[in-house]
Design a protein around this ligand. Structure first.
Ligand code: SF4
Length: 316
């Protein structure tokens, strides 16, 4: 996204104070001006957040992002052995990725932990046997949150997660997804989609280059989308042969880990949790006590090589 378009969007959103997630399905650190982008968000009083695969997070970039005022970072790296990680993240090397994360954590600690940090591990067939090891190793680090994420199946692309049993119930009894009431997805070229999980922009509501972003949030296409969901007319927002909600695992409680995107039964409870910071943005987030983080920072400074050796080893 160009800086000009990004500034326009932030300017339009400033007064409504949303969280700004600097990614959709892409890797944010590929943007050559990501540090400038974080500064723009911060200068407008908003909270910039990044999820990264961590491969490009070299110490100089890490330092610049911390100094720019990054509010939150998620290190997305499934697997807890070199063999598994390298087989999932083609072309990446686990040791380098881990060192990037450890450098960030050390720099963040030296700066007084201004950035909320979270690691994310997706539980799937390939990784499940390494889940316990991941939890054991990563909770030794000065991370605020060590998170296990369930697998997501959009549009039936991931056969490992089968939602056919949920879909057997009559559509009138399906849950209502809350995603379009919480989030909006703006692509690099300004194309705006009603659902952030709509990976290839099947339901577009307009373009932020041409429209005011707040108008997009409440325009006719967006209202139509929400109304269709409330009425459970899920097929009405799909083009033939391009399923959206009817093939989306986000709608269903597929695992005890799943943060389903169904509308809450009790809105007040959700709003209260948000303001008590039990729910931060859209994801429940843990904050680790600063004293504990300091102890963990000390541990990793003393034992980095030993820790790396354990994490890289195969799980037998
Ligand atoms: S059900 Fe899935 S595709 Fe439909 S709005 Fe929710 S997250 Fe998006």
């Amino acid at each position: 996204m160009s800086i000009e378009l990004f500034e326009k969007i932030i300017e339009e959103l400033r007064d409504s104070q949303p969280f700004i997630d600097l990614y959709l399905q892409g890797e944010p650190l590929l943007h050559p001006k990501i540090v400038e982008i974080v500064k723009i968000v911060k200068a407008n009083g908003l909270l910039p957040r990044i999820t990264t695969n961590t491969t490009l997070l070299k110490p100089a970039k890490a330092k610049a992002l911390i100094e720019a005022g990054l509010d939150k970072i998620e290190f997305s790296m499934s697997g807890a052995s070199k063999r598994t990680y390298d087989s999932i993240y083609k072309g990446a090397k686990y040791e380098k990725t881990l060192n990037n994360m450890l450098d960030f954590l050390e720099l963040n600690g030296e700066a007084g932990f201004p950035v909320h940090t979270r690691s994310v591990f997706v539980e799937e067939k390939k990784t499940v046997k390494e889940k316990e090891k991941y939890l054991e190793c990563f909770t030794r680090l000065p991370l605020d949150d060590v998170y296990i994420s369930p697998l997501i199946n959009m549009f039936g692309w991931n056969e490992e997660l089968d939602i056919s049993s949920f879909k057997k119930r009559p559509m009138k009894d399906w849950p209502i997804c809350k995603s379009p009431w919480r989030q909006l997805g703006i692509n690099a070229d300004g194309t705006t989609r009603a659902c952030v999980f709509d990976y290839d922009s099947r339901y577009v509501i307009g373009n932020a280059r041409e429209d005011d972003t707040l108008n997009l949030w409440n325009n006719e296409r967006m209202a139509e989308f929400r109304k269709a969901l409330i009425d459970r007319r899920y097929k009405d927002v799909e083009e033939q042969g391009l399923p959206l909600c009817t093939e989306c695992s986000q709608l269903w409680p597929t695992s005890p880990l799943a943060d389903t995107t169904q509308l809450p039964d009790n809105f007040q409870k959700e709003v209260d949790a948000f303001f008590k910071k039990e729910q931060y943005g859209f994801m429940a987030t843990k904050y680790l006590d600063p004293g504990v983080k300091k102890e963990k920072l000390h541990y990793i400074k003393q034992h980095r090589d030993e820790w790396l050796e354990i994490v890289l080893a195969d799980v037998v």
